[in-house]
Design a binder for this molecule. Structure first.
Ligand SMILES: NC(=O)c1ccc[n+]([C@@H]2O[C@H](COP(=O)([O-])OP(=O)(O)OC[C@H]3O[C@@H](n4cnc5c(N)ncnc54)[C@H](O)[C@@H]3O)[C@@H](O)[C@H]2O)c1
Length: 284
């Protein structure tokens, strides 16, 4: 099945990024946001990103206009009726995602593939909330979606081979390097990455070094492009906490038990770059 029309649900960090990637590679995109404000913000983010690419000489102004013209932002889920693929990218909360999958199942044409961009949650549970579990899989983009090469394509035990083949082909058509992985919490990258990020927070909490010191050490000593606190702020501390909780739920491994400081920052609304304050302050 060839995928030409893509629905994206959720206009946060990832929804907006995936919309840009899909539109830039020739797909027609219907992006659903819960509010008109969210839809407008997403359109403005896309316009700003494309303008920057034109300014840097990476795209012509005509090409940028064509890409923007392929994205239609809406507040109505019903407009996803005839898309070939939906990628949901709403908050990392299983009950919200299951409700959404049930709703999408009742709205979309019977052959539409329903995919989730979840970082850790069990895809099979979303599949079983629908009447078409064989057409449900994970398509997990990385942040920022336009820049990162990897897409994890997640195979729940309920998925058909043809669904996986279509998802892998879609990721490749988006210019990405997909890797297939089974439906286990954290898939490949987050299962390996989050114990490291969590232990960095523990080290900060214990006063071993400053956040700047830990970030500088991991950049300079391991060649990482950014340190753990800059990365946590980029991912979003609420999303990071939800990822750790899902990993802990699945494996009961103490390395996945979120360090209290992370939970306290989330409780205080300091979520990272998206709220302009997390481990670092982005207000200035
Ligand atoms: N941030 C990352 O680095 C990253 C990377 C890969 C995958 N993901 C995954 O992508 C998904 C979205 O993450 P994000 O970083 O874009 O988050 P975000 O906080 O930037 O955006 C979340 C979106 O969900 C919507 N939302 C919140 N509550 C909702 C509800 N009850 N019903 C419907 N929509 C609701 C918000 O309006 C917003 O559009 C999550 O599943 C996350 O695990 C995140």
């Amino acid at each position: 099945m060839s995928i030409e029309r893509v629905g994206i649900v959720g206009s946060g960090i990832m929804g907006a990024g995936i919309a840009e990637v899909a539109a830039a590679t020739g797909h027609v995109v219907v992006l659903r946001s819960r509010s008109q404000q969210g839809a407008d913000a997403m359109t403005a983010t896309l316009a700003a990103s494309l303008a920057k690419q034109v300014e840097k000489g990476k795209r012509s102004a005509e090409e940028a206009a064509e890409i923007a013209g392929r994205v239609h932002a809406t507040t109505h889920l019903g407009e996803l009726v005839d898309v070939d693929l939906v990628i949901e990218s709403v908050v990392e909360d299983l009950s919200v995602k299951k409700d959404l999958f049930a709703e999408l199942d009742s709205i979309c044409k019977p052959e539409t593939i329903l995919a989730t961009n979840t970082s850790t949650l069990p895809v099979v549970e979303m599949a079983m909330a629908t009447g078409r579990p064989e057409l449900v899989c994970g398509i997990h983009f990385f942040n920022p979606a336009p820049a990162m090469a990897l897409v994890e394509v997640v195979r729940p035990i309920t998925a058909d081979d043809s669904t996986l083949a279509a998802a892998l082909a879609f990721a490749a058509a988006c210019g990405k390097d997909p890797v297939e992985v089974k439906d286990q919490a954290g898939f490949i990258v987050n299962a390996l990455l989050f114990p490291y990020l969590n232990n960095a927070v523990r080290m900060l909490e214990q006063g071993v070094a400053t956040r700047e010191g830990i970030d500088a050490a991991m950049k300079g000593g391991c060649g990482f492009p950014m340190g753990p606190f800059a990365l946590l702020d980029l991912v979003g501390l609420d999303t990071s906490l939800a990822i750790l909780d899902a990993l802990y739920d699945e494996f009961r491994d103490p390395n996945y038990a979120a360090v209290p400081l992370l939970r306290r920052l989330v409780s205080s609304g300091q979520l990272g770059r998206k709220t302009k304050k997390g481990f670092y302050d982005y207000q200035r």
